[in-house]
Design a protein around this ligand. Sequence first.
Ligand code: 1WB
Ligand code: MN
Length: 348
Amino acid sequence: MSHADGSTPARRQIRRIATEEAFVIPEVAEALRDVARGPGDSLDLPLVRGIYDPGPSGSRFLGRLLDLDDERIADMDENGVAMQLLSLTAPGVQMFDADTATGLAALANDRLAEAVSRHPGRFAGLASFAPHSPKRAAEEMRRAIEELGLNGFVVNSHTNNEYMDDPKYWPVLEAAEALGACIYIHPRSPSSGLAAPLREFGLYAAMWGYGVETGTHAVRLIASGVLDRFPDLKLCIGHMGEAVPFWLWRLDFMQGRAQAWGHGPKLELTPSEYFRRNFVITTSGVESHLALDYSIKALGVDNVLWAIDYPYQPSAPAVVFMDSAPVTDDELEKLYHANAERVFRIKQ
Ligand code: 1WB
Ligand code: MN
């Protein structure tokens, strides 16, 4: 292994666990191709079309999303990545009808568990579920943890323009809390109500819309009071916390004001207290030492996990970014693997 970044030999030896790494299975890819060919004005459609129904130019990502073996492992080996924590890529099963989504989530979880056992020590996995069928979702969540041995859950933000603070989704939150398993709230494009100003200039996806959507989801979970009902629920958001860490002071100040004006429930804690208690963040797709340093200071180093966002982001610069981060060797151990081992119950 050689990195042209001046990192020390100790840093080159470290166990690197990447925590927001995407895959797809052929059956989900096929169903997303049908979504791509169907009607609708969802802001997810441009990317779904580009990846799953790309026409003669082909898709940059589809081959690497489908691969859970040679090319992926080779990329990990080349870059010193010990393990990828895999999740079914956005929008997951959430654009399908509830029955299709329930079946495909279970199939994706089975395939994921097979990939984990085919490559011992190299993969861990976040299970999918169909939020739009919450009772069946809760059953699948239990199966994924207790029978398949998966490490937590992924949900791609809104489902049919609804957010998980809605009581209909409480069985999902209850199941995750009871299982002691973290839900990674991964982005998808903004819900219909947020969409209009994000249609132009490429704002609908990773450049800006993903963060607006997912940050809003996180703030709703805090401001709605559901974390008083599910105090032990663990949630994870990527992209250096989807800008939420930068807002903590203002969230605290203004939630008090909203409450005084009768616009929000009375909360047991301040927003920043919920964020530090119930959330962790990952560095996926944000390779800025300034943002990392701020996030560690704002949240504590135990609440920040490394991620690449493979295959959407290249692995090499994500490794260079973290190897050269202005942190102590002890902090680096937490960022690269110890926090992931704790939050996602990965064997040390
Ligand atoms: C991109 C990133 C596209 C993600 C995606 O399509 C997903 C992108 C589903 O960078 O263009 C992602 O998972 O972060
Ligand atoms: Mn991602």
